[in-house]
Structure formats: structure tokens, C-alpha cells
Design a protein around this ligand. Structure first.
Ligand code: PLP
Length: 374
């Protein structure tokens, strides 16, 4: 069988054979066997964040955006006001969600490639006592920037406000300890660093916050309070669950544990990332971000300023050779992205770099090697 292309993207990502095989069974959504899978998934996610004693895990059908929307809708009351920290597409999307939800919000927008800084958040909160919540993206996947969520969480806690983290592309690789990093809600989805397949997301929500969240949501399907209540009462999902995807996710969680949890996974992704970045720089590509903000999740490379470089052709030639990369998502610079997450190892990164050599030669492009930044 011709192999599937490797997905060097922010998700869906390349999954293991075990995870794919776990989908070869049919499950009754009411059945106790499937309910046991759901329970185990919820427990494992809480344990991974050291949040078993303080938070609840509420899954929801749909992509990551559905989970972000459901969380904002459930956690922020109608009279709340949220400070959204923006530095890319996913922070902007939270703003759009709040527009739809009719939630009052203000933004601290740092553009494409700079992080929101704790002292900036602090002065925002000092100046506006009406702000009840702060929403931040952990790894802003549109550039790959790793935002300083630990320091931001400290400032938000000191100011007595509630923190919501979109950790879609970080949880599962960047270790989270809910007892040290204080958050009221953290959102992620199945198809990122836990290496499941797409189809549901989930939020870890502080128990007291969730218990008081009844009536906040504008929409029945998006109401995580109602989903949680129903799950607690029956062990089942409200409405048809993505059964195969949840079963695959449990298989993926077992693999995650076998790899040493988030720390083990972070080690592999970091090694993928270092290999990729040094290989790309040696070939003349430049990263968008300064070294200290690079994440081991996904890396944005600036499109080379060369008359024969055309992203679409570059992409297609890589695809023909079995590697799918990702277009850029920046407002200012012409760029493309290469992911380090998913079931990929050093061998695949080396293969990709070899293929890039071949493709650059075909495109008749020679670039000057970039100096390693320190
Ligand atoms: C940080 C972040 N938030 C939200 C999303 C949206 O997730 P989805 O595309 O699954 O709706 C993504 C997707 O990559 C993301 O990286």
C-alpha cells in the first residue's frame, strides 16, 4: 500500500497505526463499554494536567473552535467582560466568537509575531476593573509563537480575574500543572499533541466555576454546563458522540503515556523542531520568530525572496513526494509553516529535508545558508 502522506501541519496530524486501528469497531453510544471509554478519557485528561481534584473535563463534539466557543459561552456570564490577548488568528477568532456571543471584550493585540507580556496584561487589568476574564492562546499556531502563559497566569491571579487558555496545540506536549498554573478553563482538541483524530474537543473547567455556569450559554449544543450535568448523571454524551474518534483517542492516550506523557512527547517534538530549524536554515530559509519565542509545535518560515519561489509549486512538489506542509496564516509576511507534531520522528524530518533539497533543485533555486541565531 502506498503510504499516507506525512502531515507536517498543525492538525489533523499523522497518527499511529494503533490509533487508526482503534476505529475499526462500532460502539453503541449508550452502551456501558463506550461509556467506560469516555470516563477513562476524561479522567486521563484531568490527570495529565494534575487537575483531578480541582477541575472537571467536559468533552464536546466538533472541532477545536466548537470547544473554544462552548467554553467562552459557558464560562463567561452575559454581564462579564473579557480581555482577549491577541497575536494571531486564534486570538482573533476568540474576538469573533465574542462578537457572536454578544460578550463584551477588549483586546491587547500584538500583531503577528510578538507575545503579550505580563506587565502589559497587568496594566490593562489595573486600568479596567470591569474586566472579569482574560483569554490567551497558549501556542498561537498561526505563527507557532509560544506565549508566556505561566507569567500571564500569575498576573491574572494576582488581579483576581479568571483565566481561559486556548491550549489547543500545546496541551499534551507542553506540561500543564493546574495546581501551579492557575486557570479556570483550558481548551484543547483530540487531533493535536495527544495525536488522536479530529472530531471532538474538551475543556478542563474549575469545579466551582462550572457549578455556577448554568444559564450562561446562549446555545443548547454549546452549553458545557448542560453537557457536564448530563454526563455526570448518565455517563453518556448528550446527543450522538463521535464514538470511533473517542475510542481512537483512548488508544492515543495510551501511547502518550507509554512515551512518558507530555514530557516525553515534548522531548520528541523539540528534537523534531531543532532538526527542522537547523536543516532549513542550512538550506537558506529564515524563521519568522526570534529563537526564544519558537515553539516545538510548528515553525513559520518566511517565503524566500527569490523570483522562482512560488509556494504553491513548492507545496505540490513536496506533496508528490509524500509530505504535506501548511500555508502561512500571517497578515503581514509571506510565509509557510511546517509542523513538528504528530507521529513523526527524526527520520521523517531528515527525509523531508532531503526532499526539500530535491524540490529546490527542480525549481532551480539556490539560497544562501542562514546563520544560526542565538
Ligand atoms: C490555538 C488554536 N486554537 C483554535 C484552533 C481551532 O481549531 P479547529 O481548526 O479544530 O476548529 C486551532 C487550530 O489549529 C488552534 O491551533
Amino acid at each position: 500500500m502506498k503510504r499516507d502522506p506525512y502531515l507536517l501541519t498543525p492538525g489533523p496530524i499523522t497518527t499511529s497505526m494503533e490509533t487508526k486501528q482503534a476505529m475499526l469497531h462500532d460502539w453503541g453510544s449508550w452502551d456501558s463499554d463506550f461509556n467506560a471509554i469516555t470516563t477513562e478519557v476524561r479522567q486521563r485528561l484531568l490527570a495529565e494536567a494534575n487537575a483531578t481534584s480541582s477541575h472537571e473535563c467536559v468533552p464536546i463534539q466538533g472541532s477545536g473552535t466548537f470547544a473554544v466557543e462552548a467554553t467562552l459561552a459557558t464560562v463567561i456570564p452575559a454581564d462579564g467582560k473579557v480581555l482577549i490577548l491577541m497575536n494571531g488568528a486564534y486570538g482573533q477568532r476568540m474576538g469573533k466568537i465574542c462578537d457572536y456571543l454578544g460578550r463584551n471584550y477588549v483586546t491587547l493585540d500584538k500583531g503577528d509575531y510578538l507575545p503579550p507580556l505580563p506587565h502589559e496584561v497587568k496594566s490593562f487589568l489595573q486600568d479596567d476593573p470591569d474586566i472579569t476574564h482574560v483569554a490567551v492562546v497558549h501556542c498561537e499556531t498561526s505563527s507557532g509563537i509560544l506565549n508566556p502563559v505561566e507569567d500571564i497566569a500569575r498576573v491574572v491571579d494576582q488581579a483576581g480575574r479568571s483565566l481561559i487558555i486556548d491550549s489547543m496545540s500545546a496541551f499534551g506536549a507542553l506540561p500543564i500543572d493546574a495546581q501551579k498554573l492557575k486557570f479556570d478553563a483550558l481548551v484543547s482538541s483530540a487531533n493535536k499533541c495527544f495525536e488522536g483524530v479530529p472530531g471532538f474537543g474538551y475543556a478542563l473547567i474549575r469545579q466551582e466555576v462550572l457549578a455556577q455556569a448554568g444559564g450562561n450559554a446562549h446555545s443548547l449544543s454549546m452549553d458545557l454546563y448542560d453537557q457536564w450535568q448530563y454526563m455526570e448523571r448518565t455517563g453518556q454524551w448528550r446527543y450522538t458522540p463521535p464514538t470511533h474518534i473517542v475510542a481512537a483517542f483512548l488508544a492515543a492516550l495510551h501511547e502518550h503515556e507509554a512515551e512518558g506523557g507530555s514530557r516525553g512527547r515534548l522531548a520528541r517534538y523539540s528534537s523534531n523542531c531543532n532538526r527542522l530549524v537547523s536543516g532549513m536554515r542550512a538550506r537558506g530559509f529564515q524563521t519568522l520568530l526570534e529563537e526564544r519565542w519558537l515553539s516545538p509545535i510548528i515553525v513559520t518560515f518566511l517565503s524566500p525572496d527569490h523570483p522562482r519561489f512560488e509556494f504553491k509549486r513548492f507545496y505540490n512538489l513536496l506533496k508528490e513526494r509524500g509530505f504535506i506542509i501548511y500555508p502561512g496564516k500571517l497578515t503581514e509576511a509571506d510565509s509557510f509553516r511546517i509542523g513538528c507534531i504528530g507521529r513523526l520522528f527524526g527520520t521523517q524530518i531528515d527525509e523531508l529535508l532531503d526532499v526539500i533539497d530535491e524540490v529546490l533543485e527542480l525549481m532551480n533555486i539556490q539560497l544562501e545558508a542562514q546563520a544560526l541565531l542565538t
